[in-house]
Design a protein around this ligand. Sequence first.
Ligand code: SF4
Length: 478
Amino acid sequence: MSLFLKKSDEPNRPREECGIFSIYGHKDASRVAFFGLFALQHRGQESAGIVSSDGYQVWEHKGMGLVAEVFKEETFQKLPGQLAIGHVRYSTTGSSTLSNAQPFLVHFADDYYALAHNGNILNAHKLRKELEDSGSIFQTTMDSEVIIHLMTHHLKHGLEKALVAALSRLEGAYCLIMLTRDKIIAARDPRGFRPLSLGKLNDSWVVASETCAFDLIGAKYIRDVEPGEILVIDHKGVRCINPFPAIKNSHCIFELIYFARPDSQVFGQNVYLCRKRLGHELTREYKPKVDFIMPFPDSGVYAALGYAEESGLAFEMGMIRNHYIGRTFIQPSQSMRDFGVSVKLNPVKPLLENKKVLIVEDSIIRGTTSRNRVKNLRKIGVKELHMAISCPPTIYPCPYGIDFSTKGELIAAKLENEKNIADFIGLDSIHYLTIEGMIKATRLKKDCFCLACYNGNYPLAPPEKINKFCMEMKQGIH
Ligand code: SF4
């Protein structure tokens, strides 16, 4: 039986948590926000939303699906104003439902507060219980809603103090953007897990998860929002508040390796060039005798280009990607299983037949996608297959908003050594880049990163059990 599946594009690849965007002081703010979200689509494909304000009234539009599916030309007539914030979501806490789509908008004490959040709040469950015990009524099962409730408890002291009070209770990773009738506020957690940048489009201020959003709308990158910093943007311009004591940064290194778009500037580094340098480092660590190297497009392309550049080996596109697979496609039936493997990537048989090949990949999480692809390559007669991964083995789950939350899902944790992993995937050999090689490629200091999924050193103690549905368990949804 054929079924329409959601997110069938690469079901075994890690998924990003969310993308956020804001613009202050533009006559067509919601339309600009749409384009900003369009550039950030890779950070979340489950739902999208925009909230706008003209200084008096606030409007919202949210929907399930991709940005281009949720917003139509007529939508922008219903989102007037010079201020707008937007969000694209992949659920890391709470189900993928319309009620959990963001921005999350509330009307409280004669003002509006809309919140767009990227990250994971580790103590959200505990805070929610505390808030519910004191009378708060929650509308969603997202960790993000906790921030709004905490804030409303302190609003009598003013918005900024209320936000500082709310943020000081949070443990975890967050970048957030908030809209009121006449202000936009952006904040980044004190460890700076996720990227957040400030830009300018003529006289309008923009904030986005990644700088690729600035390029698309023609905005100029000004600087990163600093870890622990809060920016207040209103008619007076941009004001910075630094209410928290400085602590060691914990930038998510996986943003540079896999998540962020290669045309973005993340943690001060161009992602494309950083991925090429990861390929350079791989060459220094591992050089099997092969005829050429190839990536699994698109993820491994940049590290593979770097590997080819440094090693002098030929770079070939041994597998061709079908670019026209949408967010959904019809899953082949059981009897058509082999046909299904080639739906997205099809090998170039005359190029590969009887050859020794090195595949360069950016990461392996569960290993099943790679295994299927390798099986397909073996079938057409590739002589030897080796694989180089441009990061170390992922052996610990991520509690900070990335969707590989249990150790049991991670192939490198289950099979322990490279020989076992190579056997499972069907390779002649495999090599993972060392932590030292990876850090060298970033050109940043090791201690500014979170490396927890590689070395188990969690900058913030994770909850005993990581479960994206933790806010729903007692309601019996899962
Ligand atoms: S655990 Fe890994 S994926 Fe999660 S924030 Fe740290 S480096 Fe990033």
